[in-house]
Design a binder for this molecule. Structure first.
Ligand code: ZN
Length: 122
């Protein structure tokens, strides 16, 4: 009995860790619960989520590589660095994608430091 409780506890901790990773890596999902994240990625498996985290990390690294010459430290309401888009067109594309996929309505605005473009919640 004691052992199985520990297994459950370990699983919960693992889930929390994955959710934290997702919130950190994708600020657009930062208000999502774990159930909503599962729906968002169209899966029920923790392993699949882990794969998504890996690919988000990779994308993020590529993204950071591209903007190393121009980067800002704008953060969202939770203190996470905001995604930076090199052009308004790219930002609008992402905005449209997020709206289509998650019905999240976002605003495109010029970075106050003029590094590029950001998205913010309406
Ligand atoms: Zn900025």
């Amino acid at each position: 009995m004691k052992k199985s409780l520990q297994v459950v506890k370990k699983r919960i901790l693992k889930k929390e860790e994955i959710l934290r990773d997702i919130h950190y890596l994708d600020p657009h999902l930062s208000s999502f619960s774990l159930e909503e994240v599962f729906i968002y990625f169209n899966t029920t498996k923790l392993e699949i989520l882990k794969e998504h985290i890996k690919s988000i990390k990779l994308q993020k690294n590529n993204h950071l590589d591209k903007i190393t010459t121009k980067s800002c430290f704008c953060v969202d309401s939770k203190g996470y660095l905001k995604d930076l888009y090199a052009s308004e067109v790219l930002a609008v594309k992402q905005k449209e994608r997020l709206y289509k996929e998650n019905s999240i309505l976002l605003n495109v605005y010029l970075c106050p430091n003029r590094c590029g473009w950001h998205l913010s919640r309406v």
